[in-house]
Design a binder for this molecule. Structure first.
Ligand code: 13P
Length: 278
């Protein structure tokens, strides 16, 4: 069943576990993510990045997720990931998204705050939740995200943004990268602790791909309640598809799509298991 972001994250921070937010852009990724949630019996966030609108219209993504969620015995939030446009956020809410991320992180703080407040009033009126971001996340390898420079989140700004906007979740920059790490990951859990000490809403970790399990657990134990994963799902699935084509150059596309769904599920379930933090 479809639920808002707040519902899917309820209890996660206090219970020291995180909910996975997995990027989707076509029928195979949507099915792979939802089936993983059902197999693991875990609340799940299906994240459609605004950058993937060329792959699928918002209303088509919403229709597919809605029909699959209606049959699923778990809570599912349909989340608009990384969106800078208030018009696109409006369109997503109208299409039935239950969660939106307003990404004003590259703007001056006051502008990011003012826009996030507008998004909160739009989204809450529609019964949806809001994530905003403070700071900048760098881009590693193989990522489909825009380039970004690393700017760690300021705890003082975090307090003000949360207090003045009423957002439901806050994405923080503490050293993870979008994509795979070029070297050893250096994640500043000390900074996360400082933010978590002054902000009590669920904190969000972007750049889940390639982050070692021990670091993920450390982050979850210190306030992270939602973790985004994209790149590693794509890399693993492309590798599996390539191997399937090499093994059978005459493979039918319908069979290749089924191979892809299985590959997507392998990575999604691996991260779901980490995020349970048992
Ligand atoms: P990765 O591609 O590193 O998994 O990051 C995904 C993400 O943060 C999407 O918002």
């Amino acid at each position: 069943m479809m639920v808002p972001l707040q519902k899917v994250l309820e209890g996660a921070r206090a219970g020291c576990y995180a909910i996975g937010s997995f990027n989707v852009y076509n029928s195979e990724t949507i099915r792979g993510v939802i089936e993983s949630g059902v197999d693991m019996n875990l609340p799940t966030i299906v994240a459609f990045g605004a950058g993937y609108i060329p792959n699928m219209r918002l209303k088509d993504a919403a229709a597919l997720v809605r029909s699959q969620a209606a049959d699923a015995p778990i809570d599912i939030a349909l989340h608009l990931d990384h969106c800078k446009s208030l018009d696109i956020i409006r369109e997503a809410l109208d299409a039935g998204f239950t969660s939106v991320m307003y990404d004003g992180s590259a703007l001056p703080f006051a502008e990011n705050l003012a826009n996030a407040a507008k998004v909160v009033s739009m989204a809450h009126a529609a019964g949806a939740g809001v994530e905003a971001e403070l700071g900048g996340i760098a881009k590693g390898t193989h990522s489909n995200e825009e380039d970004g420079s690393e700017i760690y989140t300021s705890p003082d700004e975090a307090v003000e943004l949360v207090r003045e906007t009423g957002i439901d979740a806050l994405a923080v920059s503490i050293g993870t990268v979008h994509g795979m790490y070029a070297g050893e990951p250096r994640v500043d859990v000390g900074r996360l602790k400082k933010i978590a000490a002054v902000v009590d809403i669920p904190l969000v970790l972007h750049g889940g791909s390639g982050t070692p399990e021990a670091i993920i657990r450390d982050c979850i134990n210190n306030g992270i309640a939602k973790i985004n994963v994209n790149t590693e799902i794509s890399m693993h699935t492309v590798a599996k598809a390539r191997a399937a084509i090499e093994a059978n150059p005459k493979i039918h596309l319908s069979k290749l799509c089924l191979t892809e769904i299985e590959a997507i599920k392998e990575v999604v379930k691996k991260y779901m298991e980490f995020f349970r933090n048992r």
